[in-house]
Structures are given as structure tokens and as C-alpha cells.
Design a protein around this ligand. Structure first.
Ligand SMILES: [Zn+2]
Length: 138
């Protein structure tokens, strides 16, 4: 299976009765994780309000998320007009066991964040992702 390319928008699948599924193009309002078990990769992903619960550990957008979204849009727009993207190629946040650890931590954080008695710890996405990113993979 080819690695999924990061989507510039919400990207949730919308299922229809007759037509094949389409991809949601609503403006994203939250950032979180998507895990692709076939490839064992975790990607930074975005969703609109309606599809926020499809992400793992969704949180509010940060300024740097907007930069990521802008780059993904530029990448997509470049390829849509048949040109080759020469900008930065985005990599998954983590692969293999590192991806599974990241997802586990993100789920634990999300469970805590939902608990009104828990103290406001920061998202694993804001503290650990850069560290995971350097732990390599194939
Ligand atoms: Zn959506």
C-alpha cells in the first residue's frame, strides 16, 4: 500500500448512499493524529468541527499548524497543475514502534484531557513530536 500523502484540509471521508466516498474539504479547526496501521505511520492530521472526533487526541490549531496546512496546500496545488513539487516533503511524525508509542501517549493524553479533574497537561503533540521525528525509521 502506498503511503498516504498528508492532506491539506480536513480530509475525512464522507460516505454516500450511491456515490463513492468523497473527502471533506471543510476548513480544519483542530489538529491531531491519524494512524495508518498498514504502513504503521502516524501523521499530523487536521479536521473540521464535524470530523474532529475522527482524529486521535484532537486539539486546537496552533500557529505552526497553519504553516503546515499552507505548505500542504501549496504542495497539492503544485501537483494539481501537473508540476513537480520541489519544496519540503513532509514526513510522518513517527513510524513503526515509535508511531505506536506516540499514538499510545496521545490517547492517554486525550483521556486525561477529557477528565475535568485532571490538570491541564500539554498535548503530546506539542511536547514530543519533534523528538519522535528524529528517532528515525527506514
Ligand atoms: Zn470534515
Amino acid at each position: 500500500m502506498p503511503e498516504p500523502s498528508p492532506r491539506p484540509g480536513c480530509g475525512a471521508y464522507i460516505h454516500h448512499d450511491v456515490l463513492p466516498p468523497t473527502v471533506c474539504v471543510a476548513a480544519p479547526t483542530v489538529a491531531g493524529l491519524r494512524y495508518y496501521p498498514h504502513n504503521r505511520v502516524a501523521w499530523l492530521a487536521f479536521a473540521c468541527d464535524q470530523h474532529a472526533d475522527e482524529l486521535i487526541a484532537p486539539r486546537a490549531l496552533l500557529p505552526r499548524d497553519c504553516a503546515v496546512l499552507a505548505r500542504r496546500r501549496a504542495h497539492r496545488d503544485t501537483e494539481l497543475v501537473g508540476q513537480r513539487w520541489t519544496g519540503e516533503r513532509e514526513a510522518p511524525l513517527a513510524r513503526g514502534p515509535a508511531a505506536e508509542r506516540l499514538i499510545e501517549r496521545a490517547r492517554a493524553w486525550a483521556a486525561l484531557a477529557r477528565d475535568p479533574n485532571a490538570s491541564g497537561d500539554s498535548s503530546p503533540l506539542t511536547s514530543d513530536e519533534s523528538q519522535e521525528r528524529h528517532q528515525g525509521g527506514p
